[in-house]
Write a protein that binds this ligand. Structure first.
Ligand SMILES: NC(=O)c1ccc[n+]([C@@H]2O[C@H](COP(=O)([O-])OP(=O)(O)OC[C@H]3O[C@@H](n4cnc5c(N)ncnc54)[C@H](O)[C@@H]3O)[C@@H](O)[C@H]2O)c1
Length: 370
């Protein structure tokens, strides 16, 4: 199957390519020459869980033949984003005498990507960065658009920057080794693009469920390519969230992030986004913005793709409301809430925080497992 390429043209930063396909990592050494002119060394940060996978080993071997190459293994999961890891990485880069010509490559899921993106953006005010996302979620979402963040004082994503990569390489072979739960978690972000921007994605999710769950390469490629285009379109319109457009990528995330923060790592990001979209579509409907079909479509897709539609009872309603009250997407006492009118049509509404909390205080009761 030929490789697919999507060009991302952010509002301000330089454009870059996202290359998608089986074995496309083998092209990385060739592709990098077009995007980084002088390379004195390469540092590859690798999420521990993917270090022994063949695409990762191929990449390391290929680069070692061409450049002075260092590899740094980073702990898997959210712990990668601990600020102390950032300090360690800065120390490591200094110890190998990294310069503005040192290329940073990040191989891993969204957590690794957020960590490495942050490190690349702050070291000497920015080193060239290439991302190799290895989860479906990071391929369709976090590796594109430049947002990164790390955790500090126990607060998730409390410090971060917007720093675009020079290139993103998405080798489908990584998707085949994902545990089913992680794969379905990534589908939640795909569902988000379908409901907010590209209804053809919803169509694919509805009619090709079996092929998607079997991770059939052609269907996967189409889903990933369409999702990347959705994200690219938003980043083109509003790279820095200044025009009330990029907020649409947070659809389902107001409730989703709050649930995630209270679930103590027991739910994945995608699972929380799915719950969040289900609650927020109902909220949008009750506030008169959202066609009731949207909620029904989401419930059906959650069932097909083994994603939750209820908040587990160990997550207290009070703690969820308190997290929303301190949401970092607040502007004073206003929350900009993305709402969907019907699939593919969205709006960003400004809602007083207290009003949102009072709506949710009643609504959330309906979303607990009985
Ligand atoms: N920057 C953004 O725009 C953005 C957007 C969405 C999410 N995020 C962040 O992304 C993170 C979640 O990302 P994620 O869902 O990719 O989680 P993750 O990076 O924690 O990876 C999920 C799990 O899959 C494993 N894994 C990764 N690749 C694998 C592979 N190919 N085969 C087998 N196992 C593999 C990992 O070790 C981990 O245990 C969160 O920290 C979230 O805040 C950032």
């Amino acid at each position: 199957m030929p490789l697919r390429e999507v060009e991302i043209e952010p509002t301000y930063s330089r454009p870059y390519k996202v290359v998608i396909g089986d074995c496309c990592i083998r092209k990385l050494p060739e592709l990098l020459r077009d995007v980084v002119s002088e390379v004195d060394k390469v540092v590859i940060f690798i999420q521990e869980s993917v270090k022994d996978l063949s695409p990762t080993q191929e990449l390391v071997e290929l680069l070692k033949e061409l450049y002075e190459t260092y590899t740094k293994i980073v702990v898997a999961g959210e712990s990668a984003k601990d600020i102390n890891n950032v300090l360690d990485a800065v120390g490591f880069l200094h110890s190998i005498n990294a310069t503005k010509s040192t290329l940073i490559i990040g191989v891993g899921g969204g957590a690794l990507g957020d960590f490495v993106g942050f490190v690349a953006s702050i070291y000497m005010r920015g080193l060239p960065l290439i991302l190799v996302p290895t989860t479906l979620l990071s391929m369709v979402d976090s590796a594109i658009g430049g947002k990164n963040a790390v955790n500090m004082f126990g607060i998730k994503n409390v410090v971060g920057t917007i720093y675009q990569p020079r290139l993103v390489v998405e080798d489908l072979r990584y998707v085949y080794t994902l545990p089913e739960r992680e794969f379905c978690s990534g589908l939640a972000e795909v569902i988000k693009y379908g409901v907010t921007i590209d209804p053809e994605i919803l169509n694919l999710l509805r009619v090709r469920g079996d092929k998607i769950l079997q991770r059939e390469p052609e269907t996967l490629t189409e889903l990933i390519e369409r999702s990347v285009k959705c994200k690219g379109w938003i980043v083109h319109l509003d790279e820095r969230e200044e025009r009330d457009v990029r907020q649409i990528l947070n659809y389902g995330h107001t409730v989703g992030h709050a649930v995630e923060a209270c679930a103590e790592g027991k739910l994945t990001h995608g699972e929380c986004v799915m719950i969040g979209m289900i609650v927020e579509s109902d909220l949008g409907n009750r506030m008169g913005y959202t066609d009731p079909d949207v909620h029904d479509v989401l419930l059906k897709l959650a069932e097909t793709y083994k994603l939750p539609h209820k908040i587990p009872n160990y997550v207290s309603k009070e703690s969820v409301l308190s997290k929303i009250e301190h949401d970092k997407k607040r502007y004073g006492n206003i929350i900009k809430l993305p709402v969907v009118k019907r699939p593919g049509e969205f709006e960003i509404i400004k809602l007083e925080l207290m009003r949102l909390l009072s709506y949710l205080s009643n609504l959330l009761d309906e979303y607990y497992e009985k």
